[in-house]
Design a binder for this molecule. Structure first.
Ligand SMILES: Nc1ncnc2c1ncn2[C@@H]1O[C@H](COP(=O)(O)OP(=O)(O)OP(=O)(O)O)[C@@H](O)[C@H]1O
Length: 632
């Protein structure tokens, strides 16, 4: 385990210890869940051993068969070369002495051992491919589960994105690479140990030399592995920017603007600049690595040839048999190969485990249990939605988005929010939806502090359509009922929701009806207009028939006026007895609300129903007349 932010992190301690104390004094600290999650995983501190054992445990969960096969293959491939060298010596000595049987048995034994190494190679390849898929999937799922579990505010933090990107990048190949490197190294060390043991017969010094030859390369390679790792981690943001630029140039929803604004070459140039920055640093490191690596190889080479020469000199002096000389030669070659393999394995292992720190660090990010920052306020005996002096500042923002907002929405009533861009309308909806907690004041739903609501229970009360609603590249049915639990919704229910959002005729037009795949990302998909997509998003909200608090953030911005009028007549009748908050810039819609709040700079500037606000001749009246004049 490599928790990069342990549960005892100062941020968490601060929240856990300070909140009750401050609460007792009536102070509400400006600490969000988000702030304890935001830190990007630090470079990993946990050891190679712990990461390796964690990876082995995960691999066992993903595919015990593949892991066992890799172990077996490593053992086979590690032991066979020593046996083959031994039999080679017997064959040569047998030939020299004319012992036919010894020669024959030796050759057959060598052939069998060689065949076993082929089997080991094939088995290893098969098992590695299988583990890459199963373990990759297991880890991808764990990352996605974590992404679902963290508070929404994390998605506003670039550091979190970097950590997520790094974790996703490592999940597919890295753990298997670590295991493959580990087993290759075990295998190579087995061969090396066998070679050293065989050489030990001739000279203990030779055996020692063959082991010592590994050291210079090992030290230089591990040092460079760390440098490369640090470089890549430092560049997570650049890598993400490059991926983003590629996305801008290749995604369907960007393609129009890219063409019409002629931004293609500009974005390409930006991508090239990011690439060359990264490339230059990479190359400088690669050049240094090449030179230092060559030096280390030279040392190893010198040691090997010293062994070679000493064995040859002794053979010339008649102190060794032909078989001994052959054994020395074979062992020498095998030792050289095994050394390279062991080094490669060690280098890979060292590097992979550092990258795995990113992955495990992300998976170990603590997800604080959803609980209020302060003990919830005392419950009141009332029904409806109440904002009491609510203020809110976005994480990392300098200025508050909302200040001293008071409002009350009685059951069954409709509230409209109007105001200039950036005046805080959407922020109010996000607070009601529980995506953020207010940094000042309280929100009550049916008399209970929203912070005390169970998120699932709150979700069941809500139906939301945001400005930036999602266009699922999935069949109509899944666009309206994307939750697995709602899949059981009969077609009748889905059609009812579609009819409520005036989307019935859209589906009638589609060749495959509810099964028609939408969007152009997948074969057979049909693209809809902006307004048609919006009606589907509305149907998704209307499907939640049990919800009694409906939040609409400009739900009709892309819908034509005739459809909008029909839609709202329907919304009023369909939402009879349910609360609704509507953000809109269209006054023809807004005027139907029971109460209208005019927002300005995060504060409520005016409030009242349409007639009262018109009569007040304030900002609302001015804006209303301005818009009405546009329609004349
Ligand atoms: N995720 C965010 N992080 C930081 N600041 C934000 C974020 N979202 C909005 N803001 C800021 O909060 C203020 C209120 O934004 P909000 O989206 O509530 O405005 P709005 O009234 O809904 O605007 P519009 O009519 O353009 O939709 C703005 O100044 C905006 O810059």
């Amino acid at each position: 385990m490599s928790p990069t932010l342990p549960r005892t992190a100062p941020g968490i301690v601060a929240v856990e210890v300070l909140c009750p104390i401050l609460a007792a004094r009536g102070v509400r600290p400006r600490v969000l869940d988000f702030e304890v999650l935001a830190p990007v995983p630090e470079p990993p501190t946990s050891s190679l051993r712990s990461r390796l054992s964690r990876t082995i445990a995960l691999a066992w969960r993903a595919s015990p068969f593949a892991l066992a096969s890799m172990v077996l293959a490593a053992l086979l491939a590690g032991a066979a070369p020593t046996g083959m060298a031994w039999y080679a010596r017997r064959v040569l000595d047998g030939v020299a002495r004319g012992e036919r049987q010894v020669v024959l048995v030796g050759i057959v034994a060598e052939a069998v051992l060689l065949f076993l190494t082929y089997v080991a190679g094939g088995l290893n390849q098969f098992a590695t491919a299988r583990l890459r898929l199963t373990l990759g999937f297991l880890l991808q799922r764990a990352i996605l589960e974590k992404a679902i579990a963290v508070p929404y505010a994390c998605f506003e933090d670039a550091g979190f994105y970097d950590a997520l990107t790094r974790a996703r990048r490592e999940a597919v190949g890295r753990p298997v690479a670590l295991l493959a490197g580990f087993f290759a190294m075990v295998q190579a060390f087995a061969v090396l140990a066998g070679s050293a043991a065989l050489l030990f017969r001739f000279s203990p010094l030779c055996a020692l030399a063959i082991l010592l030859a590994a050291l210079p390369s090992f030290f230089t390679e591990t040092r460079f592995a760390t440098a490369i790792f640090r470089l890549q981690n430092r560049r997570a943001t650049e890598a993400r920017e490059q991926a983003y630029l590629e996305q801008v140039l290749t995604r369907d929803d960007h393609a129009k603007e890219v063409r019409l604004f002629g931004t293609g070459p500009t974005f390409l140039e930006r991508a090239r600049r990011v690439f060359s920055l990264v490339f230059e640093e990479d190359q400088a490191l690669a050049r240094r690595r090449l030179l230092v690596g060559l030096g280390a190889d030279l040392v190893a080479l010198a040691l090997f040839y010293a062994v070679y020469v000493s064995v040859a000199v002794r053979a010339l002096a008649g102190a060794l048999t032909v078989g001994d000389l052959g054994l020395a030669l074979v062992t020498f070659k095998q030792g050289d190969g095994a050394l390279k393999q062991a080094l490669g394995g060690l280098r890979g292992l060292y590097m992979d485990q550092q990258y795995l720190g990113n992955l495990y660090g992300f998976l170990d990010l603590p997800v604080p249990p959803k609980r209020p920052l302060l003990p919830a306020a005392r419950a009141r005996d009332e029904r409806g939605l109440r904002f009491e002096n609510v203020g809110f500042t976005y994480p990392g923002a300098k200025r508050p988005a909302l200040l001293g907002v008071d409002l009350f929405l009685a059951p069954g009533k409709k509230l409209a929010l109007v105001g200039e861009n950036g005046s805080g309308k959407s922020t109010i909806l996000k607070l009601v939806a529980g995506l953020y907690e207010p940094t000042e004041g309280r929100i009550f739903l049916d008399g209970r502090d929203l912070a005390a609501w169970d998120p699932e229970a709150l979700r069941a009360r809500l139906a939301v359509v945001f400005q930036d609603f999602v266009r699922y590249q999935l069949p109509v049915r899944d666009n309206v009922a994307p939750r697995a639990a709602e899949d059981a919704v009969p077609d009748e229910g889905i059609r009812r929701a579609l009819a409520r959002s005036e989307a019935g005729p859209i589906v009638k037009k589609l060749a495959q009806g509810l099964d028609q795949r939408l969007g152009k990302w997948f074969p057979g998909g049909v693209e809809l207009s902006g307004g048609e997509w919006q009606k589907l998003a509305l149907a998704r909200a209307f499907l939640r028939e049990q919800a009694d608090l409906l939040l609409f953030d400009e739900p009709t911005a892309a819908i034509d006026p005739a459809a909008e009028a029909a839609l709202f007549a329907r919304v009023r009748s369909e939402t009879e007895g349910r609360m609704a908050i509507l953000v809109s810039h269209r006054f023809s819609t807004v005027r139907l609300a029971d109460e209208i709040l005019v927002m300005d700079g995060g504060r409520v500037a005016e409030r009242g129903d349409h007639d009262a606000l018109l009569g007040a001749e304030g900002r609302y009246a001015a804006l209303f007349r301005l818009q009405a004049a546009g329609y004349r």
